[in-house]
Design a protein around this ligand. Structure first.
Ligand SMILES: Nc1ncnc2c1ncn2[C@@H]1O[C@H](COP(=O)(O)OP(=O)(O)OP(=O)(O)O)[C@@H](O)[C@H]1O
Ligand SMILES: O=P(O)(O)OC[C@H]1O[C@H](OP(=O)(O)OP(=O)(O)O)[C@H](O)[C@@H]1O
Ligand SMILES: [Mg+2]
Length: 281
């Protein structure tokens, strides 16, 4: 049984559960289930606090876990990133009252409020800046107005929370984060892990591609195939009318509309785009 730690709350939880469900795992039916055994897939899912997941993985009590890159680094645990998962994307940045700070040197001697003390302390130390960190559990943006800190270091996605607090980012981003699958160095070769990774990759790749089907005059096939080269090569099938062929190919999702326009231009018709649920490439 492969033991996998899954975030039980917060921004990571819902997309992580969706990903595992699409990858064919049985997930929890209610928010109160702490452990789910999926015998068919030979995995056990443990629903844990996102911040604790690196600790469990680092101790080897679970084989793998889903957490944020920022949380992994802040944990200081010797676990490794195995696969980026493409959701809960954010940057981790310094921010201060608008117009008060512009470079990292301005942080010298100041009080920095954060929920990620280890990450921030290590970053400041490696850049030769001395400052005091003030640990807060959340709503860090309010700390400056309330007088417990001079600036903050926190997760930024849209920047809406910062703007509402009258804060502005400055200096380079400390980190770019997203959800990641983590394991330990010792468990990289665990047999079930390869299956988990293949299943997750199958869903992640299926999300980034679409399937394009179209009919094209046989004498235009070469032109059309250049537009949709597919992964290996496009599938070409005969049609009842010998002057035409049917073509099927995978296309990156973000290019789907450009590809449809170009296919139409070269004479393709009945151009259909459909989503994929999962794949093995
Ligand atoms: N607004 C956001 N957009 C994208 N990712 C986010 C956002 N807020 C937090 N994260 C990411 O979620 C992870 C933090 O997990 P955590 O459980 O603290 O989530 P949270 O959404 O802040 O939950 P909580 O409600 O408990 O504060 C980190 O990897 C962080 O980068
Ligand atoms: O840039 P934005 O789109 O505004 O998102 C960033 C905010 O989202 C998270 O807060 P969360 O809602 O988790 O509250 P918390 O501060 O209590 O953790 C994070 O800590 C930021 O405050
Ligand atoms: Mg939060």
């Amino acid at each position: 049984m492969l033991r996998i730690a899954v975030p039980n709350k917060g921004s990571l939880s819902e997309p992580a559960v969706t990903l595992l469900t699409e990858a064919g795992y049985r997930t929890r039916r209610s928010g109160r289930e702490l452990v789910v055994l999926d015998e068919a897939s030979e995995v056990e899912l443990f629903f844990l606090r996102p911040r604790d997941i690196a600790v469990y993985v680092g101790q080897g009590t679970v084989h793998a876990g889903i957490t944020g890159r920022d949380l992994l680094l802040d944990s200081g645990v010797d676990a490794v990133e195995h696969l980026p998962l493409g959701f809960a994307r954010s940057t981790f940045r310094f921010a201060a009252p608008a117009g008060t700070m512009s470079t990292l040197a301005d942080v010298e001697g100041k009080r920095v409020a954060t929920s990620y003390d280890v990450l921030v302390s290590q970053y400041l130390e490696s850049h030769g800046v001395q400052a005091q960190t003030v640990h807060l559990d959340g709503a860090v943006e309010s700390s400056v107005y309330l007088g417990v800190a001079d600036l903050i270091a926190d997760v930024v996605e849209t920047g809406t929370t910062l703007r509402a607090a009258g804060l502005e980012t400055f200096a380079d981003p400390i980190l770019t984060s997203e959800a990641v699958l983590i394991t330990t160095r010792q468990l990289q070769d665990e047999p079930g892990l390869a299956t988990l990774v293949r299943r997750l990759q199958g869903v992640l790749r299926a999300r980034t591609y679409v399937l394009v089907d179209y009919d094209v005059p046989a004498d235009r096939l070469d032109l059309a195939a250049q537009i949709t080269p597919g992964i290996e090569s496009p599938t070409v099938s005969p049609l009842q009318n010998p002057d035409w062929v049917a073509v099927r190919a995978m296309v990156p999702r973000r290019e789907a509309n450009r590809v449809m326009d170009e296919l139409y231009e070269v004479g393709a018709r009945a151009v259909l785009v459909s989503s994929l649920l999962a794949c093995r490439l």
